[in-house]
Design a protein. Structure first.
Length: 250
């Protein structure tokens, strides 16, 4: 049994491939996943390699290269073989580091979104009244879930309510925020464009969330252009929010 205080070394190429191919035993997988919790480099590399395209042909090329090296290595002095092994280890680290860098860059829009997104405040107050008829039942349920931050549960109720009450612009804005928080930026973008078309920008709030919808979809040029509009047209605090985010994007 391994000591719980013993820190294992970074994953080998074979371990990475076996982990991604689900070829490890339960004990081996437990060992690898414990290491991934503590090692950002290996964790980023595994994530990057799992999302890389065309990785299969690259693996075949590596295998072919290994075969050629093995054929040509017959009769080579041991010190040369040691040097080749070390060079191969350095090459593996470079590959893993590059894969981790690719993943880090690809996830940048999502990280920026998470750092800057906050849901709009619920300005309805009557739904807390003892009068059940104060609000439409669908809207009341949607707002209850929204305030409880159970955004996914609020979505069908917002959708049903807005289908019958498209003129309720406050509910439209809250629905857009709920969709953004639930990881569904496309319907959020549609709601926000409706508000923008009607001139309901709420002092730049609509444009701010529209920029975040583009950001969450990885549409950096559109997000940047919308943020520039917010800086030019919006009132505080959205102007300052847009300026801060623009500095991180550029």
């Amino acid at each position: 049994m391994h000591s719980i205080f013993k820190k294992r070394s970074c994953l080998t190429e074979r371990e990475v491939r076996q982990y991604l191919s689900d070829e490890l035993s339960d004990e081996q997988r437990y060992d690898v996943e414990n290491h991934l919790l503590d090692c950002e480099l290996c964790s980023a590399a595994v994530d990057g390699l799992s999302q890389s395209q065309g990785f299969g042909p690259a693996e075949e090329d590596v295998q072919e290269l290994r075969a050629r090296v093995a054929d040509s290595a017959r009769g080579i002095p041991q010190r040369w073989i040691t040097w080749i092994n070390r060079a191969a280890a350095v090459g593996l680290l470079l590959i893993l580091g590059y894969a981790g860098l690719r993943y880090w860059n690809a996830s940048r829009p999502e990280r920026l979104f998470a750092a800057h997104f906050e849901t709009a405040a619920n300005t309805y107050i009557t739904y807390r009244s003892t009068d059940d008829d104060a609000l439409n039942a669908e809207l009341k349920r949607a707002l209850e879930y929204y305030d409880a931050r159970a955004f996914e549960y609020s979505l069908p109720h917002f959708s049903n309510y807005l289908a019958a009450n498209p003129q309720d612009h406050r509910a439209t804005l809250l629905a857009a925020c709920a969709y953004l928080q639930a990881g569904q930026p496309q319907p959020a973008e549609r709601y926000l464009i409706q508000l923008e078309t009607l001139g309901m920008t709420y002092q730049g709030q609509t444009l701010w969330y529209l920029a975040l919808a583009h950001l969450r979809q990885g549409e950096m040029p559109k997000a940047r252009a919308m943020l520039e509009r917010v800086v030019a047209e919006a009132a505080p605090p959205f102007r300052e929010k847009a300026e801060a985010l623009l500095k991180e994007i550029q």
